[in-house]
Design a protein around this ligand. Structure first.
Ligand code: PLP
Length: 398
């Protein structure tokens, strides 16, 4: 009577959600402070004061009709204009309101892109491991297309270009990249961006149609050492999916966008297709109140110091304990290799000590774990001895 696939998707909790629920159960027994939950990517830095102030001012000065009405489907024009102007200031571009489609977060932006680009069930979208696992669901069930994954490059978590090239074929519609990356924390270097653009240009020419690049960027501003290259400036057929979920710590408010640059092949048609996809998916318009909030975000600093402190503390502690990893340049995840080489087994052993981390297997990168360090500093300090104990356990009984 119901779609089997939807029942399956709806009844299966993701490993991350499973861990989160387990943590809640354990907290009732041993106390919240004794559960070391590094499973979720929920920002721990509160949203900046100006967000709350802006909301208060709006509530005091605008009528309920002004605050809560539908906006135009792609988002209020003045808001899209403000976002375009901010991008232009930062990246030297010439975008207008008509290049932006506001969405309910990056997830909706991605879903709209996959649906807009899919013209046949044989179309393929290629992700680079390690990747955000929800892509698979958005591509296969959301858009009815094929999902492929390239092997990870585990030295630096840049791109295994031979692996990527081997994945491309005439059915390739787009390559999905995510820098800064969830789960590795890697930020692409300008050299990686150049090389990726060169490969996609060469393959597009060979196949006689563009391979689009979908750049998933909810962590764009969360960078510690060097900025993330802005990919539309490297490759003209780039669609950007962005959200303020992480940079302003507003994940529950569901606000983001798709950027369709004017350089994109058939840009106007692509924009119309994104609007059509949003309509078919029933998104109607991005949340009105938070459209007004993010219109004020341009030029304001993004707070990352607590994450940087956590990163440094965790890296130092895990290094001392004998773990190997690439120091993350962005986002709030660390992705070490595990002793024993089996991420799931490591997570099971960790769970027994109320330490919750996510196996790399679900991100297409076995033998690793994801540690979300968007937590209180004290949680890291108190969890480090457990990481140390686990390493010793492996050393004595591998
Ligand atoms: N892409 C990546 C890589 C993510 O980590 C997330 C959320 O954690 C999303 C997309 C979805 O972001 P949003 O909450 O803005 O929909």
């Amino acid at each position: 009577m119901f779609s089997k696939e939807m029942v399956r998707r709806g009844s299966q909790r993701s490993v991350i959600r499973e861990l989160f629920e387990y943590g809640n159960q354990r907290a009732k027994i041993v106390g919240r402070e004794n559960v070391f939950d590094f499973s979720l990517g929920n920002p721990s830095i509160p949203s900046p004061d100006w967000v709350g102030q802006e909301l208060q001012t709006m509530l005091q000065t605008q009528t309920p009709i002004q605050l809560h009405s539908y906006t135009s489907a792609p988002g209020a024009e003045e808001v899209r204009r403000a976002v375009a102007e901010d991008l232009n200031r930062r990246f030297g571009t010439d975008y207008t309101a008509d290049n932006l489609y506001l969405t309910a977060g990056a997830a909706a932006a991605l879903s709209a892109c996959f649906k807009a680009l899919t013209t046949a069930p044989t179309d393929e979208f290629v992700a680079i491991a390690p990747y955000f696992p929800e892509y698979e669901c958005f591509v296969c069930d959301g858009a009815g297309a094929q999902f492929r994954v390239t092997p990870p490059e585990t030295e630096t978590f840049q791109i295994d270009f031979d692996g990527l090239e081997a994945c491309l074929n005439t059915n390739t519609k787009a390559v999905i990249v995510n820098s800064p990356n969830n789960p590795s924390g890697a930020v692409y270097t300008p050299q990686t961006a150049e090389r990726l653009a060169e490969l996609l240009r060469r393959k597009s020419e060979e196949y006689g149609h563009p391979i689009f690049l979908i750049s998933d960027e909810p962590y764009r501003e969360l960078v510690y050492d060097a900025p993330a290259p802005f990919l539309p400036n490297y490759y003209k057929d780039t669609l950007v999916c962005y959200s303020w979920s992480k940079s302003l710590s507003l994940p529950g408010e569901r606000i983001g966008y798709v950027l369709v640059p004017p350089s994109l092949t058939d840009s106007a048609q692509a924009y119309a297709a994104i609007c059509g996809a949003g309509r078919c998916l029933g998104y109607v318009n991005a949340p009105s109140l938070f459209q007004k909030v993010i219109a004020q975000a341009g030029g304001k600093p993004v707070e990352i110091e607590a994450y940087r402190k956590n990163r440094d503390l965790l890296c130092e502690g895990l290094k001392k304990a004998g773990y190997t990893f690439t120091v993350p340049g962005g986002a709030f995840y660390l992705f070490p290799a595990v002793p024993g080489g089996d991420g799931e087994e490591f997570c099971r052993r960790a769970m027994k000590q109320d330490l919750l981390v996510v196996p790399g297997e679900g991100f297409g990168c076995p033998g690793h774990i994801r540690i979300s360090y968007c937590v209180a500093e004290d949680t890291i300090r108190r969890a480090l001895p457990i990481f140390e104990r686990l390493m010793q356990e492996y050393q004595s009984q591998p």
